[in-house]
Design a protein around this ligand. Structure first.
Ligand SMILES: CC(=O)[C@@H](O)[C@H](O)COP(=O)(O)O
Ligand SMILES: NCC(=O)COP(=O)(O)O
Length: 237
């Protein structure tokens, strides 16, 4: 079964726009889970443009499903992971000024660095996922590093889907097959939506989890949060 982890970054974006507590992020987290979300994902970026440090600790208090914290493994991020002990830590190579995540790790060039970080996080009893492009050498590198899972970066798939979905999915099928053969868990995320999700899921038999935020929150503006979460879950059946 592929789990849906709802990324609530954009709820915090709207809240921060006015400086108050509307929408109430913690209430939205509770509601997402009540509506069927099987995980909650946040990416507490250093500039706190959306998710703040306070949000991270408050979500941990209420999250009843799997809490997934994404980020670049600097000292601030590792402190979150050690103190919060989420179900999963997803390592992303974003520089602080990144507008959004736009690439996976070079697991070959950064093997020694990532191996140390992964061991540190695993020593906290936290599962590790490494954000990765669907490149077979990169997947092999991820296995060497000792990560529990990879998260396939799906922006290129989402961009290619409307043009030629059969072609767009090819690298992901190959990467997913190799990852499974190497004993890695498989997550996927970035720019997934109600149009492209089912085709990816149907072509990736061992997909453990998708984390979806931007499109889901945008859909919820028109369709309502409960209905939207149910619609995303239906795509994963
Ligand atoms: C890692 C990834 O692709 C997304 O989870 C990322 O967290 C999106 O970040 P923004 O919500 O800041 O665009
Ligand atoms: N890891 C991907 C994620 O959490 C959400 O990405 P997006 O759906 O906001 O593009």
């Amino acid at each position: 079964m592929t789990k849906l982890s709802v990324n609530v970054n954009k709820i915090a974006t709207i809240r921060n726009a006015r400086g108050g507590n509307n929408p109430d992020l913690i209430q939205v987290v509770k509601d997402c889970e009540r509506f069927g979300a099987q995980g909650i994902t946040v990416h507490p970026r250093p500039d706190e443009r959306h998710i703040t440090a306070q949000d991270v600790y408050q979500i941990q208090q209420v999250c009843q499903t799997e809490f997934n914290i994404e980020g670049y493994p600097d000292a601030r991020y590792l402190k979150f992971i050690e103190e919060v002990r989420p179900a999963q830590a997803t390592l992303v190579p974003d520089p602080p000024e990144a507008i959004t995540s736009n690439a996976g790790w070079d697991t070959i060039q950064h093997e020694a660095y990532l191996k140390d970080i992964v061991q540190q996080i695993q020593s906290f009893g936290v599962r590790v996922s490494i954000f990765a492009d669907p490149d077979l050498r990169i997947i092999e590198g991820a296995a060497k590093i000792g990560t529990d899972r990879i998260e396939l970066y799906t922006e290129p798939y989402a961009t290619g889907y409307p043009v030629n979905k059969e072609e767009a999915v090819i690298p992901y099928v190959a990467a997913g097959k190799l990852a499974h053969e190497l004993g890695l868990g498989i997550n996927a995320g970035h720019d997934l939506d109600l149009y492209n999700l089912k085709y990816l899921k149907d072509n990736l038999p061992f997909l453990d989890e998708v984390s979806i935020g931007h499109a889901l929150v945008c859909d919820a503006l028109y369709l309502g949060l409960e209905n939207t979460i149910q619609m995303y879950l239906k795509q994963l059946k």
